[in-house]
Write a new protein. Structure first.
Lengths: 450, 354, 160
């Protein structure tokens, strides 16, 4: 601490004052020694805590301009801070220096604020260095910078366009949190909003040849519903389909591979179906032709068939092979649905009437499973495959229907049984009553005649 | 001839003819309130139905939290006429408590507890509590969601009583929470402890009635009352009632089968609108209406203590209202009785409609 | 007057019977037969109740999932366990394994895939290994494992 600062440091002044007073008041050598020891202890407490000194943070957090003080204040929550890193580890400079010139001395390695075009390399200084990263987290990848340059953002940045996303656009800067932290801008449920910061703004995206409605559309999708409402973190958001560092829309002929990461069966079926070649040839984008890319709604049976409103008739015309197949597939599924509805209705009726039908209701699962399976098989475009699944489904549903009929029959048997027993019971009660009357009449008559 | 020989053989050893003579001598007064005489016998008949159907259910029921629900489901789906036996058991329980209340109120208003019948009243009051314990313990046995929560709430209420509440709760539940241990315990109460107690009390109660004969209400002139022979007149009339009761039970079982519901899940939240059985409803509703704090004391605790006090008062009725000549006291007791009856009815209905 | 208990009970010897014998007898006969019929209608269900039904017990903690001969090596079978489906797998080494067949993601029914030798959920490509552990895709938790024993020709699955 230089002299000027020592004199302005209030703690030192207090201690100095204490020392003066003590010498004046007591004046004994022994008391002075005690006082000195007290003073040393007090001084130790005024020193900064065990962490490394950072004059950057000390000064910047006191500045009035929020643009300059924000980084220092945010850094408390930063994951780099938690790992023991500080400003100089990214920006260079000398954290022990107490003057602005001393701290920001280029000779001490001060780099300053990076230019937008240089940001990936700036972060990559550490994050692309495997030897360095393994000291902190050996399982972290170290190819983000390389991946980034394969993305649309990276390619545009390389060509000199500064208005694209760089590391700090998504991960923020100075207050970077771990991905698993719910407050992180890249925590899965927060990812879409982070991307939307740029992509949903028509103003910002002016000049780029892509639409701005992706986030709005995504929010209506079934994936968003699972992610936001049901908190299912396995539901996809922007980066699951587009990649995160290598963010690029999937090629039109590889869409099925992307969706197939989760919807493996549907992708598998599609890729062996006649639609794959037909869609790829016409650049339809495979899955998204029918299901859309961002506003993916829960699919319904109305998408399939030969009626107005079905997707099939957008391409297929009356009489062609596809048209016939679509009609067949839809009608088989409708048949199964009708059968399941009928069986469920009769079982519910039996249950409402007080019959115990939990086992047949459980066994109806076989039929509803077959229905789900049949709907998935649509992606094969093969009515024969669907027939193979629908037939046992219909059988299971018919079994449920029979069980429902049985339950209703049992119910009516019980009522008939009740009616018959009540006749006997009432008849018996009436006879006993007649007997009582007979007995009493006799008793009265005899009593009267006696 | 053979029947005569058999009768003589039994008579020599069991004095049947003395019993038969006693039965022949028993008479029942006939007056405008005689109809109430049937309710005691009806309660006893319904109890007998419970014993028979209960023993039958015991052939298939399994009293453990893993198997109880499934065993009841088994009874009502697989066992022949299982649905009938089970529904009759559940309906008859309710009917028995209803007739028990009618019997109790009729005895109260007709002053059948005056001397020398005080102990008949006492044994009857004990039987009331035994019957309610039967209902409470039996309700849990199917181990469904409704019963689980009803038991939880019911034992919770018992736990609120000062000093003895907590140990009582732990005794009832077999622990701190309602678990399989509670089920085992309730089963033990329901099929062993309570039946033994009930048998002893019923025997005392019925023997005392035979000893003292049927009482005649104070309002009816004692000397001019006609008498009806118990055997065969009154007994056959009783029989008509019992036969009709069988018909009612059969109809209820077939037309309004008793629900099974869903298996109890200790970790699921309580279903909405949970209510105890109707005979607890007036107390439940009262507790709901009591304000949280009364004069600094916890409202719920005061309510429960009040019910306990009323229960004690019930026992000492024949020792307070002793004198048939004390018309003023009789009037007060009539008013109290009417109030109690109205309170129970109104609170029960109120509990149902909300 | 007959010398039987019924007559002695329902008729008092002090009071002679003014009614013709036949009418009284008819009523008694009707009463007797309908009493017997009603008693029969009560006793019959009780007797049927007491005789054991076809399915003799409701044991839902353990089921016979399959017969030994019907599960080939490296295959799986769905069976009913209480109210929920279970899956019985015979591994490539011949060992039997049994799990709950309800996928821990969105409750679809899983299946055994002989090609990957894993348990797979067709709905969203969830994967479980033969220990029931969720090793791929969306499922957040492992499948509940059951105990398997063979008893003669039966493969018995038990849950604790």
């Amino acid at each position: 601490m230089d002299r000027q600062q020592k004199q302005s440091n209030p703690d030192v002044l207090v201690v100095a004052a204490a020392k003066e007073d003590v010498r004046h008041v007591i004046g004994a050598k022994r008391s002075l020694r005690i006082a000195l020891r007290v003073a040393i202890v007090l001084m130790l407490f005024t020193l900064a805590p065990a962490q490394k000194k950072s004059s950057c943070i000390e000064c910047h957090s006191k500045l009035e301009d929020t643009r300059l003080s924000a980084p220092a204040k945010l850094f408390d929550n930063d994951i780099h801070h938690a790992r023991g890193l500080s400003c100089n580890d990214c920006h260079g400079g000398d954290p022990n220096a107490d003057t602005k010139e001393g701290a920001k001395d280029p000779r001490k390695g001060y780099l300053g604020k990076p230019k937008t075009l240089d940001i990936p390399a700036y972060c990559g200084k550490c994050h692309s260095d495997a030897n360095l990263m393994k000291r902190f987290n050996p399982s972290l990848r170290v190819d983000q910078e390389r991946e980034y340059y394969s993305s649309v953002h990276g390619k545009l940045l390389k060509s000199g366009e500064p208005r694209v996303a760089t590391c700090i656009s998504c991960h923020s800067v100075h207050g970077i949190r771990a991905i698993s932290d719910p407050l992180s801008s890249v925590y899965p449920p927060n990812v879409a909003e982070t991307c939307a910061k740029c992509h949903a703004s028509a103003d910002y995206m002016r000049g780029f040849p892509i639409p701005n409605d992706q986030f709005a559309k995504y929010k209506t999708s079934v994936h968003a519903k699972m992610l936001y409402e049901k908190q299912d973190l396995s539901a996809p958001t922007c980066n699951d389909c587009h990649g995160n560092h290598g963010a690029t829309p999937p090629g039109l002929v590889s869409v099925a591979n992307i969706c197939g990461q989760c919807h493996a069966r549907q992708a598998e079926l599609f890729q062996t179906s006649p639609h794959k070649a037909a869609f790829d040839q016409r650049q339809f984008g495979e899955c998204i032709k029918c299901h859309s890319n961002h506003a993916i709604a829960k699919p319904g049976d109305q998408l399939i068939g030969t009626f107005q409103g079905a997707l099939c008739v957008n391409c297929h015309t009356t009489g062609d092979k596809g048209f016939v197949a679509a009609g067949r597939m839809r009608s088989r599924i409708d048949e199964l649905i009708a059968s399941i509805d009928k069986s469920t209705e009769i079982l519910n009726r039996a249950e409402r009437d007080g019959m115990e039908v939990s086992r047949p209701k459980f066994e109806m699962k076989e039929a509803t499973d077959a229905l789900t399976h049949a709907r998935v098989l649509i992606h094969s475009s093969s009515p024969d495959e669907i027939d193979k699944i629908v037939a046992p489904g219909l059988a299971a549903s018919a079994k449920g229907y029979q069980a429902g009929l049985g339950a209703l029959a049992e119910r009516s048997f019980r009522r008939k049984g009740l009616a018959v027993s009540l006749v006997f019971i009432l008849f018996l009660a009436a006879l006993v009553y007649l007997k009582v009357r007979q007995i009493e009449r006799r008793q009265n008559e005899s009593a009267n005649s006696a | 001839m053979r029947i005569e020989a058999l009768r003589a053989w039994l008579d020599e050893r069991l004095s049947i003819s003395t019993l038969a003579a006693m039965a022949q001598k028993k008479e029942v007064p006939v007056h405008r309130h005689s109809i109430w005489y049937y309710f005691g016998g009806m309660t006893l008949f319904l109890f007998a139905v419970q014993v028979v159907t209960g023993i039958l259910l015991l052939l298939y029921y399994r009293p453990s939290s893993e198997t109880a629900f499934e065993s009841v489901q088994f009874i009502i789906t697989e066992v022949k006429f299982g649905w009938l036996i089970r529904s009759i058991h559940s309906w008859s329980a309710n009917l028995m408590i209803l007739t028990l209340f009618v019997h109790m109120f009729s005895v109260f208003f007709l002053r059948a507890y005056y001397r020398p019948r005080e102990m008949t009243w006492l044994s009857g009051a004990f039987l009331l509590f035994v019957a309610i314990c039967f209902g409470f313990s039996g309700y849990l046995l199917p181990w469904n969601k409704l019963a689980f929560f009803a038991t939880k709430v019911g034992t919770e209420i018992a736990g609120v009583i000062p000093i003895v509440g907590r140990p009582a709760l732990r005794f009832l539940r077999g622990g701190d929470d309602v678990t399989g241990a509670t089920l085992t315990r309730f089963f033990g109460f329901h099929v062993a402890v309570l039946p033994a107690t009930a048998t002893a009390l019923i025997t005392i109660h019925v023997l005392l009635v035979q000893l003292h004969g049927m009482s005649v209400p104070p309002g009816v002139a004692d000397k001019n009352v006609k008498k009806m022979k118990f055997v065969p007149n009154f007994l056959l009339r009783d029989l008509i009632g019992w036969i009709l009761a069988i018909g009612v039970l059969a109809a209820l079982a077939a037309l309004f089968p008793w629900e099974l519901g869903e298996k109890a899940d200790a970790f699921a939240p309580a279903p909405a609108g949970i209510k105890p059985e109707w005979y607890f409803l007036f107390m439940f509703q009262t507790l709901k209406l009591i304000p949280a704090k009364i004069l600094g004391f916890d409202g719920e605790v005061l309510g429960i203590m009040a019910f306990n006090v009323v229960a004690v008062l019930l026992f000492i009725v024949p020792f307070v209202d002793r004198d048939p000549e004390n018309l003023r006291r009789r009037l007060i007791f009539n008013v109290i009785g009417v109030f109690a009856l109205l309170y129970i009815v109104v609170m029960t209905v109120y509990g149902y409609v909300t | 007057m007959g010398n039987n208990a019924w007559d002695k009970t329902t008729r008092n010897p002090e009071y002679p019977d003014p009614q013709p014998n036949t009418r009284r007898r008819f009523l008694d006969y009707l009463l007797g037969s309908s009493a017997v019929a009603t008693l029969g209608a009560i006793v019959y269900p009780i007797l049927r109740f007491m005789s054991p039904p076809q399915v003799i017990e409701s044991a839902e903690n353990s089921v016979v999932a399959a017969k030994l001969t019907e599960i080939p090596i490296n295959s799986g079978k769905i069976f009913k366990f209480g109210n929920k489906p279970g899956i019985l797998v015979r591994t490539a080494t011949g060992e039997f394994k049994a799990f709950s067949a309800v996928c821990t993601h969105l409750e679809c029914i899983v299946q055994y895939r002989a090609d990957t030798k894993q348990i797979w959920c067709a709905c969203h490509n969830g994967q479980y290994n033969l220990g029931g552990k969720n090793i791929g895709g969306p499922p957040p938790r492992p499948l509940e494992e059951y105990q398997v024993n063979t008893r003669g020709d039966d493969v018995v699955v038990t849950r604790s």
